[in-house]
Design a protein around this ligand. Structure first.
Ligand SMILES: NC(=O)c1ccc[n+]([C@@H]2O[C@H](COP(=O)([O-])OP(=O)(O)OC[C@H]3O[C@@H](n4cnc5c(N)ncnc54)[C@H](OP(=O)(O)O)[C@@H]3O)[C@@H](O)[C@H]2O)c1
Length: 343
């Protein structure tokens, strides 16, 4: 591997200002030239290969995410690359040339760049068999699904409900549930996604645009004795689902794709049916998981991908200059797969 020569000049996608209007926020993005003069102690230099766009990136550029960085900042919360330089205090023998997936949610530059400076705790070494595209999307969604699925396992669930079920988190939840012979009920907003999920093996898929959606929801949730709902949408849908659940069920809100506050929950459900409403955040799950268990989970998820048990489809691959087109394509067909930036 060629040793990098400092200073390194590189390109990155920068966000100059938050904007609640997605189109304006997108148009404001720019490809900028940046420079790295050295690598500080306990830091590593990653030559980035690919990074995806996730719903959290969209919420972030709108200023609607729980993370706010000092602006302007380089976008991107995850990606993959190779370690090309190692700061003092870290082992070059261990790190140099290693393939990693990375996570960048602290107040520093993100992954939509040719280079990323990271601390070891932001990196996971990845299996050589994992393709660049799969490694780029490895840090966030697979682990999120694993942590969520533990909730259903602890409750000894017979059936789980997943809304926004055409998503990548849903792909992993479905694969994990299938391993345990747990039934899966999906909720989607498009007929085409419904058909894809039925073909995949979901036990039941409900379409929110159908007139009989609410009636069907109640029937299905009771028939399958649902005990956990994984809710990525929130807003009124949380209320609709909550009011249709059998007693003692739990709704875990882990996304806010509707952009709206949770609403419409009948208090009688909470009082007399012992409904539980909780939140889930990957960062908390990681903080509560020791290194040994985390490595076991990493190996399990990596094997699920390399064995073909689950894949994260990629719909569009773009260069940095095509970022606006890429985000537009992604938002128009999220269920079809991720948009990846290749560097
Ligand atoms: N809490 C955490 O720690 C954590 C971690 C990771 C991810 N997440 C959340 O997990 C969710 C899924 O992420 P992902 O990367 O797997 O998503 P993804 O693969 O990009 O797919 C997004 C899915 O959401 C659907 N969708 C988007 N907006 C919707 C709306 N307003 N109403 C109904 N459906 C909608 C899309 O359906 P269409 O194709 O019909 O547009 C698509 O199926 C997101 O909410 C994300 O923020 C949370």
């Amino acid at each position: 591997m060629k040793k990098p020569v400092f200073p390194i000049n590189y390109r990155a996608i920068e966000l100059p200002a938050y904007n609640a209007n997605t189109v304006r926020a997108m148009i404001g993005l720019r490809v900028v030239e940046k420079q790295i003069t050295h690598i500080a102690d306990n830091h590593l230099l990653v030559k980035m290969q690919a990074a995806p766009c996730n719903p959290s990136d969209i919420a972030f550029i709108q200023g609607g995410y729980n993370i706010h960085k000092s602006l302007p900042c380089v976008l991107g919360f995850e990606g993959t690359g190779i370690i090309v330089a190692v700061g003092g205090g870290l082992s070059s023998d261990y790190w140099l040339g290693r393939r990693i997936s990375c996570f960048a949610q602290d107040d520093s530059d993100g992954t939509w760049a040719e280079y990323l400076i990271a601390r070891p705790e932001q990196l996971i070494p990845v299996d050589e068999a994992l393709s660049i595209d799969q490694a780029a999307c490895f840090f966030i969604n697979p682990f999120t699904a694993f942590g969520l699925f533990e909730i259903a396992q602890k409750r000894n669930c017979q059936a789980i409900v997943i809304n926004a079920a055409g998503s990548r988190v849903s792909d992993f939840l479905f694969a994990l549930a299938k391993k345990q012979q747990m039934k899966t009920i999906g909720i989607v907003r498009r007929q085409q996604t419904l058909e894809t999920l039925i073909q995949k093996g979901f036990d039941k898929v409900l379409l929110t645009t159908e007139e009989a959606f609410e009636d069907n929801l109640k029937t299905v949730l009771h028939t399958y004795e649902t005990c956990v709902v994984f809710d990525a949408i929130a807003g009124e849908q949380t209320g609709l689902i909550a009011n249709s659940l059998p007693a003692n069920a739990e709704i875990v809100v882990y996304g806010g794709l509707s952009g709206k506050a949770v609403s419409g929950i009948n208090p009688m459900q909470l009082i007399f049916k012992n409904l539980t409403l909780t939140g889930y955040n990957l960062n908390d799950w990681m903080n509560n998981t020791d290194n040994l268990s985390f490595n076991d989970v990493r190996n399990t998820l990596s094997t699920m991908i390399t064995s073909g048990e689950v894949q994260q489809p990629v719909n569009t691959t773009i260069s940095m200059e095509e970022i606006v087109k890429g985000i537009r394509n992604y938002l128009g067909a999220m269920s079809d797969g991720k948009m990846l930036i290749h560097f």
